[in-house]
Design a protein around this ligand. Sequence first.
Ligand code: G6P
Ligand code: MG
Length: 220
Amino acid sequence: EIKGLLFDLDGVIVDTAKYHYLAWKKLADDLDINFTEKDNERLKGVSRMRSFEIILEIGGVTMPEEEKEKNCTKKNDIYLEYIYQLKSDEILPGVRKFLEDARAGGYRLALGSASRNAKLILEKLGITDLFDEIADGTIVSNAKPDPEIFLKGAELLKLPSDSCAVFEDAAAGIEAAHNAGMYAVGIGTEENLPEADIILPGLNNITIEDIVKKLQEVER
Ligand code: G6P
Ligand code: MG
């Protein structure tokens, strides 16, 4: 029986990918690396440092650890300028109602995001109170597809893995959910998320009851 719902943040609740892109783009330009919007797809669900390493790989650039750290800090400073401007109207369509209805339906909700800025983003969107627990990049050390973030979320919710469903827009996140022994609801397309148990274009016009019913029909 599904009792806990774990939500990725970027791409599921809010489209911060565009701000991550703008910030990485600025950094890449400064380093003379040609970084495109298509490349940005590879950064979804990936930790900050790993994202930067992917960009360096694209440009065929290497640099010492210390300098990488500096650049990551620089990127985050640029990113935060966008995040400080974030308003509740940037919550993706239907998400707030979906979360409210799920809570009212007795489900326990947790955030499961690799972002170290997750709490700030939830505050800016005004939806912190909709989550019972928050598992974010500040409390885990292994990035998705490692299951750590979701296992941590389930632990905080005091629920076993097999009673949790994960909502994810990144392939690495779907893999992480399965590695944790949880159901995986993909937010996106069949093409991007072939491993998801079910796929939805978004959280509007669907109820948690519909989703749970569909998940129970899926053979695991
Ligand atoms: C999420 C996003 C990634 C981002 C990561 C770390 O997983 O999908 O694109 O790199 O969080 O975010 P942060 O806010 O800590 O840089
Ligand atoms: Mg995501």
